[in-house]
Write a protein that binds this ligand. Sequence first.
Ligand code: GTP
Ligand code: MG
Length: 193
Amino acid sequence: MQLSSEYVVALPRADFPIPGPALPEVAFAGRSNVGKSSLLNLLTGRRALARVSATPGKTRALNVFNWGNKVYLVDVPGYGWAKTAKTERAAWQALIHRYVREREALAGVAWLLDMRRDPTPDDVSFGRLLAEARRPVLPVLTKADYISRQKREARLAEISDALHLPAGMFVLTSARSKEGQETLREAVLALAG
Ligand code: GTP
Ligand code: MG
């Protein structure tokens, strides 16, 4: 299934409207460098969709893409970047907390986790925010191509245990091998309702 996709707007605030048709929003969030832009490109089948729109450096806005006139994909600035200044971290927190807690059109959150890494305290607190806000969550493991077939089950168990989520919820993906592309598409559309 190939849907058209286009960049729409960058929202500097969590309560700004999106210009265009009223569609459900699915947010993509995770640690900085987790592979978010690559995953959006895998999802939409566009090689540089997420990069063309993103401001180089530290984007602190919500980048919105219209995917097939079915859903707005919302690229959330990554968290957990050690060098981020305190003031910027506070700005990120305010933007994201407000967006996750209060955004009416938000249908769910695709939560990206690097399959090679153990969840960090930042991951755990983001998970807590999602749970408190009672948002439907789609946990997505990125960079699965780095993990051999024999080690996958154990890795998945470790990560899902650490986050207190059932292993069966996770979608395994690789932007490099395109593994999980169709499963991801179906799951995102299901999240959008
Ligand atoms: P920021 O926006 O800078 O926080 O990063 P991001 O989360 O958007 O990650 P991005 O897609 O830019 O990818 C970060 C790095 O990981 C790049 O060097 C990618 O090529 C690499 N990468 C992303 N996805 C995969 C994957 O599935 N497999 C492999 N092997 N590398 C990946
Ligand atoms: Mg990115």
